[in-house]
Design a protein around this ligand. Structure first.
Ligand code: PEP
Length: 256
């Protein structure tokens, strides 16, 4: 059965010392307070990955993820970091397709398909983000957009490869805006995504894929969102930078 997952996306925040301090605090709080079997994944900037992966080594339910990777294993790509390098420090996950990468760095579905391939080849599990802009929702084209994102970036995979993918539905209009999709709005899209996955990869893949919700999720709205049948956790931005808020979101998962 699919896993319940809470992933934190720190984005470009936290200097090294503050970040390691925050992660240590999160590890201690999860050990002291979390009783369920939720998986916690924290995705910091690259500089923290090595130190945090060391701290996570002895933890069953806490792992570390990167926020991006380059599609090549190595080469003359100044400033870039590959999936091969990321996994070499003990990291298990990588966020791909975040709307900020799509918007500010022009990442297309075609490029993301290459990044997914590189991540999988190097034993990193992608947390693959999909979602519509406000204009796309207002023009009722959100289902088509999401289907297209899935088709172009993931539908070349074999079912056995797809089993390593975590999906995150993140309506772009809800990211960092304080606007959250209502639990019913989110559930409607999550159910649509699961149906699409079933059509492409079969019933077992659809039942087993974790689909996270992301977009201004906080300790107040988390439990209502996570109570929905097809919402298997959250990808948390702003609230993952405060240990108390992040823990309360993790604990809001009462299906664990
Ligand atoms: C995100 O960046 O993936 C995100 C969901 O951000 P926030 O929770 O701040 O809306």
């Amino acid at each position: 059965m699919r896993k319940n997952i809470i992933a934190g996306n720190w984005k470009m925040n936290m200097d090294y010392t503050t970040g390691i301090g925050l992660f240590s605090e999160i590890v201690n709080m999860v050990n002291d307070e979390v009783m369920g079997d939720q998986q916690v994944i924290v995705c910091p900037p690259y500089i923290h990955l090595n130190g945090m992966a060391q701290l996570a080594k002895s933890q069953n339910n806490i792992s570390v993820g990167a926020q991006n990777c380059h599609q090549a294993d190595k080469g003359a790509y100044t400033g870039e970091i590959s999936a091969e390098m990321i996994q070499s420090v003990g990291v298990k996950y990588v966020i791909l397709g975040h709307s900020e990468r799509r918007q500010y760095f022009n990442e297309s579905n075609t490029l993301l398909a290459e990044k997914v391939n590189s991540a999988l080849k190097n034993n990193l599990k992608p947390i693959f983000c999909i979602g519509e802009t406000l204009d796309q929702r207002n023009s009722n084209s959100h289902f088509e957009i999401i289907k297209n994102q899935l088709q172009e970036a993931l539908y070349h995979l074999l079912e056995t490869e797809f089993q390593n993918i975590i999906l995150a539905y993140e309506p772009v209009w809800a990211i960092g805006t304080g606007l959250t999709a209502t639990p019913d709005q989110a559930q409607e899209v999550h159910a649509f995504i699961r149906k699409e996955i079933e059509e492409k990869f079969g019933q077992s893949a659809a039942e087993n894929v974790s689909i996270l919700y992301g977009g201004s999720c906080n300790p107040t709205n988390a439990s209502e969102l996570f109570a929905k049948a097809d919402i298997d956790g959250g990808l948390i931005g702003g609230a993952s930078l405060k240990s108390r808020d992040f823990l309360d979101i993790i604990k809001a998962f009462n299906r664990g």
